[in-house]
Ligand binder design. Sequence first.
Ligand SMILES: [Zn+2]
Ligand SMILES: [Zn+2]
Length: 285
Amino acid sequence: MELINSIINDYATVFSNPWFWQFPAATLGISVAAFLFFATPWTILAYIDPKWAQPYKIQQKPFQVKKYFLPNLARITINSSIMFLLIVIAWPLLKHSPIKTGDMPAWYIVVLQLAFFIFLDDFLYYWMHRYMHENKWLLKNVHSVHHRIRNTCALDGNYFNWIEFVLTGSLALVGPMLLGCHLYVLYIWIIIRQLEAADGHAGYDFKWNPMHWLPVYQGPVYHDFHHARYQGNYSGFLPYLDRFWGTYVPEYLKYRQDKKANRNDDHVNQSPKEQVKDGGISSAL
Ligand SMILES: [Zn+2]
Ligand SMILES: [Zn+2]
């Protein structure tokens, strides 16, 4: 009886509880804002698709920025609203999460925690993503929505069926919940996760993309091959998972080998195009 009363009270006071706004509501708001912040410049570039940038396009097909612009905004709005509703429903549980405020931990603790979140989230995401391709029902009814766009621009990075949006967002919270990290570390992690979501769908492979400075991450080309082929390259940040479980897109391996062989700088950008011409990518479309 006491438990039921406590749950009723949690719901009755949810919107007047500052912790609700600081923790789950702000995390959701920061997540959406960060994604739009990172995706907007890339999306404008894809919309204009200037001549100077065209040699750096990963696929040589036109972007579908205009066609998916409003559907993208609609999905982001609807999915975020559903997520908001779910965090209200889950509030009696979320309220007891180990996320904390107070003094920030030392910088190296923050770095280690963020590295842990990246590794754990990528591992979980790899298996969820792979399962969504192997389970025909999930592929047809859920994940195929994200794959409507073969030649993505950054804004397509959050174009999801609401179930996938909720699952992907929930996976990202597993690490912070396990460690009971500081609220600001959670914010930083969500911003990094959305940076990856936007960058992974950018559609261009520029050598100067600052994301190449990150160790291990291989830039937008990696996930672009996944959209082009519709299978393989399932991980988000860390390609070692696809290497270990043998789920690399074969053409992507060839692309990497060409890049490593350093045949010439232009070839880095021509390689995917060549594969499209050769039927590598296009044969799967
Ligand atoms: Zn997929
Ligand atoms: Zn994608």
